[in-house]
Design a protein around this ligand. Sequence first.
Ligand SMILES: [Cu+2]
Length: 504
Amino acid sequence: MLKLLSITSLLASLALVGCNPQSTTNAASSTASAPVASSSGSAKGDFGPPQGEPIKAVLTSPPHVPPATGRKAPAKVIVELEVREVEMEISEGVKYTFWTFGGTVPGSFIRVRQGDTVEFHLKNHPDSKMPHNIDLHGVTGPGGGAASSFTAPGHESQFTFKALNAGLYVYHCATAPVGMHVANGMYGLILIEPPEGLTPVDHEYYVMQGDFYTTGKYREKGLQPFDMQKAIDERPTYVLFNGSESALIGDKALKAKVGQNVRLYVGNGGPNLVSSFHVIGEIFDRVLFEGGSKSQENVQTTLVPAGGAAIAEFHTEVPGTYVIVDHSLFRAFNKGALGMMKVEGPENKAIYSGKEVDSTYLGDKSADLSSVATASKASAGGTLTKDMQIKAGGALFAGTCSVCHQANGEGLAGVFPPLAKSDFLSKDPTKAIAVVLNGLSGAVKVNGKDYNSVMPPMSQLTDDEVANILTYVTNSWGNTGAQISQAQVAKVRAGTPRPQGAAH
Ligand SMILES: [Cu+2]
């Protein structure tokens, strides 16, 4: 902590040295001569001592948000937050040991009013292995509470602060190594309502992005440990909303009806990446950017810095699935930064002609991937059957291959060759492994017809994913029925020289 502070002050003095001397003196003298009035700066949020009985804060798990405080006077608010280290699913069939504020990633949502006096209790569950603390960006004071809240397993600490500035603030653990505590999921949001409150809306939701670093590759099954080197290199395996690939997918999608107002409290825990937050098919009518008090209108994509937040509001006009992404798109489609909002209600053809186009953006996110996890588990336990492989492969094929080769395997005349009864495939099914891993280009003849196009490499797929997809393909649409194993795929992968960066 001390070390951190001294680095910060060193940086600050370096910055001053860099300034032109004239402006430095001016800045220094003006701060020195102007007395700090209670009506200026942060102190403007001090509305005097708390009134009435202390209130226990309602905390909610994502994607839910506590109700508006509805108060007109400052109160004493008691917040009790418990740190728990829990194993949870980060992706279908993939477990991760998260460190959490309140048992969820992101941590419990806290809502108070500007001028409130907050008595903060941080508990660390006795089963925890690590000490933790909390730095709330909404706190005025050293370390944002971190200095007063270092808490060993089985202990509790307490500090009090006055919420002087209104806004949406990130909180996070600041125990060394800080980056690791944050990467494990230790962040959340605290809303400090302005005194007049926020305009009522039909739905408020809590969505927070974070980047995660596992030793295994994306979607590699089993319990995955944290990878410190990947974190230092800023090469996340997952970029997620609300701590899991499926947090806002399918049944868990955010919901609204046509004609409603929706407010999203968007946070970014980082630890490394900045989010280009976007809802496909919506335009934010209003964004309180950076979680502050100023708003911008008609926004397509809003930047949410690591350790920052934004409040995004929009009105729903037409029904359908709206896909929530980090518009740094490889994160959305290859690292999990994708969620959904389902809007129900009558069509409005004057605004949009209708028809869902889910598959364009959703890929395998719209499929049920539980068969993939089942097959993977069986494979690890040595009980994998061909049937399990076919089921898992079918789910993956829908999201990975069907855009080109079509769901029925017929392809598209002159562009995408058929996989159904393909003589290329039936001659030697193992040749298809190399096609999937390395792609295919140049002239090929399939069932007597010429193709001269490009199939991109799909080396991002894991060995068992490729094995299952190909087993599905060879056992569908009247194909010959071969079974491809994970070991066969691994062998082809290892035996294929690939330029640096293309390989896995
Ligand atoms: Cu921690």
